[in-house]
Write a protein that binds this ligand. Structure first.
Ligand code: SF4
Length: 52
């Protein structure tokens, strides 16, 4: 398993890049969503890939 990136905390456990220490294994991620967001729920990780 790749190393966890402790600078990126994440809880999306069905993502291919998820590490079971509640971190992401990628060196960096991309965030997308509504540029005029009024709440974090309107932002999203576009680096997500379903773990199948
Ligand atoms: S790519 Fe995004 S959704 Fe997937 S583990 Fe990393 S931060 Fe979480």
């Amino acid at each position: 398993m790749s190393k966890a990136n402790d600078s990126i905390k994440c809880s999306i456990s069905n993502c291919k890049h998820f590490h079971n220490s509640n971190s992401c294994k990628l060196d960096s991620i991309s965030i997308g969503g509504d540029a005029n967001s009024s709440h974090s729920k309107y932002t999203q990780c576009t680096s997500f890939q379903v773990d199948k």
